[in-house]
Design a protein around this ligand. Structure first.
Ligand code: DGI
Ligand code: FE
Ligand code: FE
Length: 196
């Protein structure tokens, strides 16, 4: 019943194409979750909700950023970043989502952040590799995602940062911090493996 309610509430917020994207993200996320030992139902819910505010007016997004005391530095970066942190606040208030891991997965699905949970990584990656995505580099990330969540997340972050730089755009600092942190996590994992 909860799932059906969330599906209907989200569908109303989105265009048909974005709704199809949302369904593919939630399916991809549930698959990754099963493999990674994360609750697939929570991954599915986070996938359904991740783009909840994608089509909100700029004014509305700005007023939520201010009202909820979200980091104001967002306002000097790309508008595309805003739907993620605002989405987390809106689904908490309007849909009564209280699971902090789901809220963080929505909040950080565009920028990433240092110290991402497995669920956060899964939503970040599912958003990037869902089967409808077609852009340079996506197949390489899909391949990595079959065997290594962290390497796939790192490669998706690398691609996004390079993409922004190639277009002469600013990169939100949290995205850079997230990518540095993935490098550290991967290096630490290799060190741990070597010491066995
Ligand atoms: O909402 P989606 O289109 O499904 O995907 P998303 O939430 O990952 O948004 C990606 C868009 O955000 C993409 O067009 C690039 C843009 N963007 C702008 N600045 C940044 C950024 N993405 C990241 N990761 N970091 C930025 O600093
Ligand atoms: Fe998004
Ligand atoms: Fe998305």
């Amino acid at each position: 019943m909860e799932r059906e309610f969330l599906l209907q509430a989200t569908k109303k917020q989105l265009t048909p194409a974005r709704w199809e994207h949302t369904l593919r993200v939630s399916e991809t996320a549930a698959e990754l979750a099963r493999r990674e030992g994360v609750d697939p139902d929570r991954a599915e819910v986070a996938g359904i909700l991740h783009d909840y505010c994608k089509f909100w007016e700029t004014d509305e997004l700005v007023s939520w950023i201010k009202k909820c005391h979200l980091p104001e530095d967002l306002l000097s970066y790309h508008k595309e970043l805003w739907h993620a942190p605002v989405g987390a606040e809106v689904i908490r208030e309007e849909l009564h989502i209280t699971d902090e891991d789901i809220l963080n997965a929505v909040r950080y699905h565009t920028s990433g952040r240092p110290g991402m949970s497995k669920l956060e990584k899964i939503i970040f990656l599912a958003d990037y590799i869902e089967p409808g995505r077609r852009f340079p580099g996506v197949d390489e990330v899909r391949e990595l995602a079959k065997t290594d969540l962290d390497q796939a997340v790192l490669q998706a972050m690398n691609n996004s940062i390079v993409f922004l730089i190639q277009r002469g755009q600013k990169v939100y600092p949290l995205t850079l911090l997230a990518r540095n942190d993935m490098l550290d996590q991967i290096a630490e994992k290799h060190l741990r493996e070597e010491s066995f």
